[in-house]
Structure formats: C-alpha cells, structure tokens
Design a protein around this ligand. Structure first.
Ligand SMILES: *Cc1c(COP(=O)(O)O)cnc(C)c1O
Length: 366
C-alpha cells in the first residue's frame, strides 16, 4: 500500500477504538534540573555501605536467565512482612498499576462498570476505559470524605464489578472513614479494591479484614515507600480471585533485578522505615508552615504529600514555582472539586524549606 498524506491518519481513525482515541496519554512532567516534588517519591537514597551490599547481591543475578515466573522467594518475604490472615495469598505486578489492569481485564464483560469516589487516582478511570468498561465517579463531600449515601446509590444502580477506594486517597491525602468502607464491602455485589499505596505514611490498613470479606482485595506498592524505580506492586486476597488474575499476567512480569533488589530491600526494611518516619514528621512541619502563609488553605494528610489551595490562581503559582526551580503538581484542571488546588510531595527538610521559600515569594508577587 502506498503511503499518502491521509492514509495513516485515516487508518488510525478506522482501527483504533474511539474511546482510546478520545483519551490523552498519562502525562509525566519533565523534571530536568528541578527539585522534584510532584510524584510522591521518597527523596532519600540508601547509605553508601548498603548500596555496596546491594550491588554485590546484584553481581550474582543471572541476567541471561528468565526470572522465577512466580517470584516465589520474594512473594514469601512479602507475605511475612504483611502479616496476612490465614489463607490469603499475594499476586505481584509491575507496579500496582499493572495489578489494576489485571483486575479490570478479568472482569471486563460487556456492560460491566467500575465505581470510585472522585477525585481519586486517575488510573482507575483510565484503565477502565482501556478495557472498555464504564467508569462511574461518585463525588466526595466538600471536605473530601466519602458520601455514604451516594456510594450506596451508585452501587445499587450500577452493580459495579469493582469499587476502588484509595486509602489514603490520592490526590486529597485523607483516609476515608473505615466504617463507611465496611458498609461498601457489605453492599458491593463485586470486588472492592482498597488501594493502600500510601500505607507507609498512614499506618492504617484493611489487610486484617481480608479474612472477613471474600470480595476484598488490598493493593500495596513499594513505590511510595522508596523503591519507585523498581516497579513492584502487591495484591493481597483470596487465592480464588488471584488464580484468575494470574492467568492474565504476562510471564516474567517481575524481572530478575526487581526480584533480587526487593528481597534485599525487605531484608533491610528498617532503612526504609526510618526514611518514611522522617517524611511523616516533616509532613506535619510542612503543613504547619503552609498554614501560616497568607491565603493558603492546606488539607490534613495521611500520605507523603499535601493538597493545598492558594488565593492567587494555581496556574500562576505553579509557573512561579517552576521558574524558581521547584516542580509540584498542578491540579487546577483536574475537575471542579480540585479547582485552584496544588499538590506537593514531602521532600527532604532542605527541599521543603526551599519550596516554602519560593512559594512565599510567589504569593507575594502579583
Ligand atoms: C502512586 C499510586 C499508585 C501506583 O503505584 P505504582 O505501584 O507505582 O504503579 C497506585 N495507587 C495510588 C492511589 C497511587 O497514588
């Protein structure tokens, strides 16, 4: 077939599903030479002696061989560290994003829907659309709490295959009321996925409920805890569910370097624990400092980030910060509930101080 001006665009339009063409790709901002406080990463690296030990461990990894397809050793270490109820198993993913994808691929029969309170983690809606499911967002209350009656109505009307609840929620930072989640677990005809990506900063969990509800799955990740570069997500639940999702998992989704590095990190988890404890303390310091700035409203957070709103338009504040060398997340166009909102990840004490400094100057200037 000859290549003409319009052929490829026409073919794309003909072949690619309209709901995919209507999506915009997940946007990752370019952070070159900026202080990166936009993506909930842990700002700390490992002490040099620990790094050397880790590299020694990687030295022996057989990179010419396929990885253990079920990550048996790593899964065992994770099971021990999570303290799972009897009979609960784990499935590992290339980040928890992949696990969300596996769950939704497994339940995407014609007409199936996904319910989640909004605003929330955008991948629930994006992946629902990837697999052809309907996404129903149920607005949170004005203080970003779950609206129990609206959730119950959405569950009754849409009979969702899956309900997603981020606990704590991203980008709002709060923990939903646990008894409201219990009520959702009881009312939902399908799965309820409690996404605990920020567990290290909230220290509250539904893992112990796994033995009580057979429709509950708990999602964790090592990303926010300090290993975002590894890409390792963890899904805990009844093996009857996990066996089905496991069929959809591509072979060898957890590579040898990730398996070896995550095992190593779990053996030295006290290092990560000390870093996340520091971040929790700094979150409170940063919140008090933000509260003292004129025209700033900041929400309480159980995660490693803070949501705030400024009197000056968010777009201008975001641009001023960027010019001042600090990258945060601008949520101004992320829907009405977040209009004027910005999200900052808690960094090192030096990064936090610099951010506050640049922000104070931005708020001072017209
Ligand atoms: C960051 C985040 C994730 C994604 O984590 P990965 O394991 O890095 O894919 C999942 N859920 C929520 C709520 C998040 O904020």
């Amino acid at each position: 077939m000859f290549r003409t001006m319009n052929t490829v665009a026409d073919r794309v339009a003909r072949l690619i599903r309209p709901e995919i063409r209507a999506l915009s790709a997940y946007h990752v901002a370019d952070a070159a030479s900026l202080i990166k406080l936009d993506a909930m990463e842990n700002p700390y690296v490992w002490p040099e002696p620990l790094k050397r030990q880790w590299l020694e461990r990687l030295h022996d990894v057989a990179i010419n061989r396929y990885p253990d397809p079920s990550s048996r050793v790593l899964r065992q270490r994770l099971k021990e560290s999570l303290g799972l109820p009897a009979g609960i198993e784990l499935l590992l993913g290339n980040g928890s994003d992949e696990l969300i994808q596996l769950i939704l691929m497994g339940v995407a029969y014609a007409g199936a829907s996904v319910v989640a309170p909004v605003p929330t983690f955008v991948m629930y809606e994006m992946i629902a659309k990837f697999v052809g499911m309907k996404f129903v967002g149920v607005p949170l209350t004005t203080d970003f709490a779950l609206d129990p009656r609206a959730m119950q109505t959405a569950i009754r009307v849409h009979q969702p295959a899956v309900v997603f609840l981020a606990y704590p929620n991203n980008p709002t930072g709060n923990l939903f009321d646990a008894s409201a989640i219990d009520a959702i677990l009881q009312a939902a005809p399908g799965l309820v996925v409690v996404d605990e990506a920020y567990h290290a900063f909230a220290l509250r969990s539904f893992v112990d409920r796994l033995g009580r509800y057979d429709n509950l799955l708990v999602l964790r990740t090592l990303s926010k805890q300090g290993l975002a570069g590894l890409r390792l997500g963890v899904l805990a639940g009844d093996p009857a569910w996990l066996a089905e999702f496991d069929k959809l998992r591509l072979p060898y989704n957890i590579n040898v370097l990730t398996q070896a590095s995550a095992e190593f990190a779990l053996a030295h988890v006290q290092v990560l624990d000390a870093q996340t404890a520091q971040i929790r303390a700094d979150r409170e310091w940063l919140r008090h400092q933000l509260e003292r700035l004129p025209g700033v409203h900041v929400w309480p957070s159980a995660a490693n980030f803070l949501l705030f709103r400024t009197a000056k338009p968010a777009d201008a504040v975001f641009a001023d910060l960027r010019r001042g060398g600090v990258l945060i997340k601008n949520l101004a166009s992320a829907g009405e509930a977040l209009s004027g909102c910005l999200r900052v990840t808690v960094g090192t004490p030096q990064e936090n101080a610099l951010f506050l400094d640049v922000l104070a100057r931005a708020l001072d200037s017209p």
